[in-house]
Design a protein around this ligand. Structure first.
Ligand SMILES: [Zn+2]
Length: 183
């Protein structure tokens, strides 16, 4: 499922450069068996839950690049869909991808809308990094983008609603003193 359709020259035409891109791209992929889902483990668009990768032509979804690399197509004027057996929208296994029509795309969009974006599991170290970044003045939205989580999750961490055992932050309900408010 994708919003934009027309992509031109997403891959370099020079064979050496193309090989370099292929290597760079697949260094961010957990490639497994032929039939397994190969999960993208690099940049994720937090709004869509799809992997993305930046090429000279711009930022493109990771599964679209995987399809283009596999089929040697450069001008992709079509929708790239995940197959039904696919378990994740982060999958970039070319065998799980196919080109489709606009109506197939919107059907998949509907189905995808009922799925939650992949949960990003934070490590304890990351949780502490988040607290430190916030204490150092970083904005919650920027931290959320960096860690591929929602801003509300950042807020819950720095306010002690999540991961209290790691951060030691005690949640305190804000109480407003009536006097303070009227002053
Ligand atoms: Zn898959």
């Amino acid at each position: 499922m994708e919003g934009r359709v027309k992509y031109q020259n997403i891959l370099p035409r020079d064979p050496d450069k193309l090989e370099e891109y292929r290597k760079r791209f697949f260094s961010h992929v957990n490639a497994k068996g032929d039939d397994d889902c190969w999960l993208w483990n690099f940049t994720i668009n937090p709004k869509t839950g799809y992997g993305c990768f930046t090429l000279p032509a711009g930022t493109v979804t990771a599964h679209r690049i995987a399809y283009a690399l596999e089929h040697g197509t450069n001008d992709l004027d079509m929708y790239i869909l995940h197959s039904d057996k696919c378990t994740s929208r982060l999958c970039v296994n070319p065998r799980h991808l196919r080109a489709g029509t606009a109506s197939e795309n919107s059907k998949q969009a509907f189905a995808a809308g009922m799925l939650k974006p992949p949960m990003v599991k934070l490590s304890k170290e990351q949780v502490l990094d988040i607290v430190l970044l916030y204490a150092a003045g970083a904005k919650q939205a920027d931290i959320a983008e960096q860690f591929n989580i929602s801003q509300s999750e950042v807020s819950q961490i720095v306010n002690g609603l999540h991961w209290q055992d790691v951060t030691g932050i005690k949640y305190q309900r804000r109480r407003f003193n009536k006097k303070q408010l009227t002053q």
